[in-house]
Design a protein around this ligand. Structure first.
Ligand code: PMV
Length: 311
């Protein structure tokens, strides 16, 4: 046909961010209510891009679109197409640079739209590799967690590239709050690496603790152990802050959530800004925590179940 479409969703990381860069496990949670959609069409001119922020020739797009450009160009090369005569439109409501997987979701949507436009096929590994190559432009050395979690319909345990779908019978409710501050995953990952170089023993011990917290969290999810999971989230937050991923905007929101009765709260994703995730025992407790987060400066809050649905 003369049009292809693709989509993917946001994700948040329940536990294991940063540690996953060092081969430790992490848990990715789906946010199917936040979407990115891409449409690809054949045109008769240069490679064109249409987004909410920039519309025009891809060659003239600002540097912040380098990863988007990589996703488009790599997909065209994969399907043996010239880097012209195509227009790609990308729209969505995943906030950018907030640790919710916007770059991986955008890459997935683009790759799928271009695949559909040219009627090609992609197996899971080829699709993952195309998204990862765009993620490398965005993040440097991404673990691959985002590339997996932004298409997985259920919570996943991600470990050294392998994905296990988690069987979840969890009744707790998550409140995700956006600090409004854009954190750079690339810089945060670099700062955590620098901490490790300066403090090798302490850093290894902290990564070990994050690994154990993540493995125990998977058991908490399966067994609906809400209080225990909340405690682990708060402990992980303290560790991530010590590793260098914290930020005063995050501390303020984490403290506000816990002060309003959350069972635990932490940064989610790269940190140094971005989003926090708090756990509340049930949807009845969510409103008070949302109010406290908003009063503490959150610019947006989302309340979701473990499957990413409205509670
Ligand atoms: O900020 P996000 O959503 O891209 O998540 C980053 C997660 C890290 O573990 C910090 C980096 C990675 O590559 O997994």
């Amino acid at each position: 046909d003369d049009e292809g479409t693709g989509s993917a969703h946001a994700k948040f990381i329940l536990l294991g961010e940063h540690a996953v860069v060092y081969g430790r496990p992490a848990i990715g949670m789906p946010l199917p209510r936040m979407w990115v959609r891409a449409v690809a069409r054949v045109t008769d001119g240069p490679l064109l891009l249409e987004t909410d922020i920039y519309t025009g020739p891809l060659a003239e797009a600002p540097a912040s679109f380098d990863a988007v450009g990589a996703a488009i160009r790599n997909a065209l090369v994969h399907f043996g197409q010239p880097e012209s005569h195509v227009e790609v439109c990308v729209h969505g409501d995943v906030p950018i640079g907030r640790g919710l997987g916007s770059s991986a979701a955008v890459a997935h949507a683009i790759v799928e739209a271009i695949r559909e436009l040219f009627g090609g096929t992609l197996d899971d590994d080829e699709r993952f590799e195309l998204v990862q190559s765009a993620e490398r432009v965005a993040h440097g050395n991404p673990s691959g967690l985002d590339a997996r979690a932004t298409r997985a319909p259920a919570p996943i345990l991600f470990e050294q590239g392998a994905v296990t779908s988690l069987d979840v019978a969890f009744g707790g409710v998550f409140v995700i709050a956006d600090t409004g501050i854009r954190g750079s995953t690339k810089i945060a990952v670099g700062d955590v690496a620098a901490y490790g170089v300066a403090n090798p023993e302490r850093s290894a011990a902290l990564l070990d603790q994050l690994e154990q917290l993540t493995r125990d969290a998977a058991v908490d999810l399966a067994g609906d152990r809400r209080k225990e999971l909340g405690g682990r989230m708060s402990r992980a937050h303290a560790i991530l802050t010590e590793l260098g991923a914290g930020h005063e905007s995050i501390t303020r929101l984490v403290d506000a959530a816990v002060g309003a009765g959350a069972l635990g709260a932490k940064l989610t994703g790269g940190g140094q800004g971005g989003c926090v995730v708090a756990l509340v025992a049930s949807s009845a407790d969510a409103a008070g925590v949302v109010d406290a987060l908003t009063a503490a400066g959150a610019v947006n809050c989302w309340v979701v179940t473990a499957a990413g649905q409205r509670p």
